[in-house]
Write a protein that binds this ligand. Structure first.
Ligand SMILES: [Zn+2]
Length: 191
């Protein structure tokens, strides 16, 4: 779910890397208050842990989703202005840091696919304008070898309920991963 700037073009053709764009950001969003009244999240995280997740519901760069410290009146951050990207727009839901990492890794590596609906709601809150304009929702694919090891693609697990909630077609195979890549943000080299 996390991605660094850089080898974007080498990995994907065509289209955006929907699972995460930019400087340690994560594709998830929801203001913390939205957790109120949802005790059945079964995330295994305490209320305190939830409260420490930094959701990006303020002004963000329209290009990469990076948060702005204040509404600067410009749609793009300096990085996006300096180096146009291969995707038009991206959104991140929260900071990828020591507080959110555990939750993300649960979905990615610990078979916690029950978290996918929650993440889908976060993303729908992060990017309502993008979803409104979207023709379809497409998950970033996982390389076949890794898919065999992990048995599920966490991006697809999120994209399905996201498409359903947004009333958009879900296109599972619209993107093809051309080569395997080293895992990012995982605790193991296995990815
Ligand atoms: Zn940007």
């Amino acid at each position: 779910m996390r991605a660094e700037h850089g080898d974007f073009l080498a990995q994907w053709k065509p289209g955006p890397r929907l699972t995460g764009i930019g400087r340690g950001l994560l594709d998830l969003i929801l203001p913390p208050r939205a957790f109120d009244g949802e005790p059945a999240l079964t995330s295994g995280l305490s209320a305190g842990a939830w409260s420490r997740i930094v959701f990006l519901d303020g002004p963000v760069c329209d290009g990469c989703g990076a948060p702005f410290p204040f509404d600067q009146g410009e749609p793009l951050c300096a990085l996006c202005l300096a180096r146009p990207r291969t995707f038009a727009r991206a959104r991140a839901a929260c900071l990828y840091d020591e507080h959110s990492r555990d939750l993300i890794l649960k979905l990615k590596h610990a078979d916690r696919t029950d978290l996918s609906g929650l993440f889908a709601r976060w993303i729908s809150r992060a990017a309502p304008d993008l979803l409104d304009e979207a023709d379809a929702v497409v998950p970033v694919p996982m390389h076949r070898a890794r898919l065999l090891r992990r048995r599920y693609n966490q991006a697809a697990e999120i994209a399905r309920p996201l498409a359903r909630a947004a009333g958009r077609p879900y296109l599972a195979d619209a993107l093809v991963r051309k080569r395997d890549t080293v895992s990012q943000g995982g605790k193991s080299a296995d990815g």
